[in-house]
Design a protein around this ligand. Sequence first.
Ligand code: NAD
Length: 254
Amino acid sequence: MIPLVLLGASGRMGRAVAEAAAAGGGFELRACVDREIPRGAASPEWNTDLSAVLRGGDVVIEFSSPAAAAAAATICAERGARLVSGTTGLDATQERAMTAAAERTAVLRASNFSVGVLALRRALASALAALPEWDLEIVERHHRLKADSPSGTALTLAQDALAARGWPASALVNGRAGRLGARPDAQIGLHAVRGGSFVGDHTVLFAGPGESLELRHVAQDRAAFAQGALKAARFVADAPPGAYTLEAVLPAGR
Ligand code: NAD
């Protein structure tokens, strides 16, 4: 049994991971951590402080906040616990805390834990190779409570495209307004739609002369992310220190 500690356990993703872990087998949900403890919460152990419950050998799955994610990485490294991290929107200092922790323990991060988005990224690589001249725009839709924009997944897709085309980060633009004139060739527009209860919807639009192509992934249920996070937890449970991505868990062609 893999000893699991959930950080952000009261949140949308935390609840989805707890449900999937209970149904999936192979996990002992040892502790739930959140700054908001649900009324009447009993077993397993609930706490507002990760360091009060964490033991060496635990696997922490966190979907919380950038500050909590970075602090968790440091605590995991100190205690010899492993980390699966899904929080998006970290700043440069928080990113450095993640990198430092991965030198001392196994840290697996993904801006999107669904197998469908991994497939979308692979399809994107192939479309980028086939359509080097076409314009590229990314449109994402999320629920009205999402804190960060554009989504971490949209930024990952954009980074993939920037790397493939050899463009600098300044080629990304967040929306457009005003009389801007013609679109530059070396530009990727990112468009973040917020409303209702969209779980996560990402379209990469390729537009060429007289034709277009859309690659779209729609997450309808957070269980899709939870299943990926549990696969990642199984992976890090026996992994040496290092920074891992979902590619390590689900290599292409498997
Ligand atoms: P949410 O607001 O529903 O849940 C976050 C939980 O974390 C809340 O219960 C909150 O109380 C808790 N929390 C925040 N700061 C804390 C702290 N300092 N200490 C303890 N608990 C703290 O949010 P959500 O929809 O579950 O998303 C959480 C994060 O995961 C966001 O960054 C979101 O973008 C990201 N996310 C990633 C994926 C993925 O596949 N990687 C999928 C969905 C969401």
